[in-house]
Design a protein around this ligand. Structure first.
Ligand code: ZN
Length: 295
């Protein structure tokens, strides 16, 4: 009788402290920015990412669209201050200087930032942006942008290669295996050590300041698919001031984004960017090394 009573009290206490609570907190507010991108599926991608984030019950996503290319960018004045996370699906013309300054302040003071695929092509000359994304590609990037960051399997370490060369390329689209390099990181914890990603571009030779970067996962870019022959960063976190940045290079096409690996790492990475924690369970349909998985 006494034991039963104690159990009941314990369960009540846990319930009050939220340990047993189903997501009861207010959803994290996410501003998803698009409007210009060299990817034809930009708007579909934004809608898809909004839906996969909101289905977790953890996020409320507002899509904020800039003027189109050549439009009046001075009308773009997003208010970052009421958001927990900014997710960029944007690769286009410069934003007005006050917007850049407000965005730098937002991340520096602890805001979360999620960088998806071609968002790491944007703004090659915006210094703070490149510190936030860690590494990026194209738009004139080369050794002056910073080192080429890749993993050397033989040495078991990351190489910061400062030799001359362009920043950013990719071979043929194909399915590739993503390999975890930081299994204890909240975003990676519980995921298989290796898993098969759906057909996608495999970015290689990305360059940038590469400061405060933690590469969570890599993929081997094989010469047979016209790749670099290196293990390239696929998932990263970057610290910028007090802000947490999650950077995924995956997500070129709709079929790439429908990979359960893309979906789950984006959901987990966005929660981590918002809070520094991940409370989501790894779903049963997560891909394995041999078998991909789509939704
Ligand atoms: Zn692409």
């Amino acid at each position: 009788m006494m034991r039963k009573l104690l159990q009941l009290v314990l369960i009540l206490c846990l319930g009050l402290t939220g340990v047993y609570a189903v997501p009861g907190r207010k959803p994290y507010k996410v501003m998803l920015i698009d409007g210009q991108n060299n990817h034809r599926n930009m708007f579909e991608g934004s809608g898809f990412m909004k839906s996969i984030l909101e289905e977790t019950g953890l996020f409320k996503v507002d899509i904020v669209t800039t003027p189109p290319k050549g439009g009046d960018m001075s009308t773009f004045r997003p208010d970052f201050s009421s958001y927990d996370v900014v997710l960029s699906n944007y690769n286009g013309e410069s934003w007005p200087e006050p917007v850049n300054e407000a965005f730098e302040k937002f991340v520096r003071e602890g805001g979360g930032f999620v960088v998806v695929h071609a968002a790491d092509n944007a703004f090659p000359n915006w210094e703070a942006y490149n510190l936030m994304i860690g590494i990026g590609g194209w738009e004139g990037r080369d050794e002056r942008s910073g080192p080429y960051l890749y993993f050397d399997e033989g040495k078991g370490e990351f190489i910061y290669d400062t030799t001359k060369g362009k920043g950013g390329s990719h071979g043929m689209q194909h399915e590739y295996v993503v390999k975890t390099r930081e299994p204890k990181h909240p975003i990676m914890k519980g995921l298989p050590g290796e898993w098969l990603h759906q057909k996608d571009e495999l970015y290689d030779r990305l360059r940038g300041p590469a400061r405060n970067v933690k590469v969570l996962a890599t993929a081997y870019s094989a010469p047979e698919t016209k790749g670099s022959g290196r293990h390239e960063p696929i998932l990263m976190t970057i610290q910028y001031g007090k802000g947490r940045v999650f950077h995924t290079v995956m997500g070129h096409e709709n079929y790439s984004q429908r990979c359960v690996g893309f979906i789950v790492t984006l959901q987990r990475g966005t929660e981590w960017a918002a809070s520094g924690k991940v409370t989501q369970k790894v779903p049963a349909d997560f891909p394995t090394k041999e078998k991909g998985s789509v939704r």
